[in-house]
Design a protein around this ligand. Structure first.
Ligand code: FES
Length: 147
């Protein structure tokens, strides 16, 4: 049911933890399943993501997608990190079962929430970044596809 990559990131999640004095922190949840994800970003003066850590209180797919999402945004600029959509994360994981697609939205939204927090703290505007929602259940109406 799960790809090898999903199992690998679930069993050995990368970048788990917290960052003290993070440049941006984002927390999002899904009220339907009760899962929560928190993302910490350390961003340098060139707007490059120097470090990223996450904590997920959620299902295995949420852990695997957050882990892969942190790998994908590390070393990227904030604008590049915006391109790391849940679809990109799922592709990098060789797919997710369709009932688990919504879990990957937590990862995308947590990154956006952390970027939003960073932008607010530093008084900057990140082009294309919309104000994140704290409950991604609101976003789940989008059609779910299998990847
Ligand atoms: Fe809630 Fe996966 S079931 S994030």
């Amino acid at each position: 049911m799960y790809s090898e990559k999903v199992m690998d990131h679930f069993n050995n999640p990368r970048n788990v933890g917290e960052i003290d004095n993070a440049s941006g922190v984002g927390t999002v949840g899904n009220a339907k399943c009760g899962d929560i994800m928190r993302m910490y970003l350390d961003i340098d003066e060139n707007q490059v993501i120097r470090d990223v850590k996450f904590k997920t209180f959620g299902c295995g797919a949420a852990v695997a997608t957050s882990s892969m999402a942190t790998e994908l945004v590390k070393g990227k600029t904030v604008n590049e990190a915006l391109q790391v959509t849940n679809k990109a994360v799922m592709e990098a994981l060789d797919g997710l079962p369709s009932v688990k697609v919504h879990c990957s939205l937590l990862a995308e939204e947590a990154i956006h929430a952390a970027l939003w927090d960073y932008a607010e703290k530093h008084g900057i505007k990140i082009e294309g970044l919309e104000k994140p929602v704290s409950d991604i259940g609101e976003k789940e109406e989008a059609p779910e596809e299998e990847y």
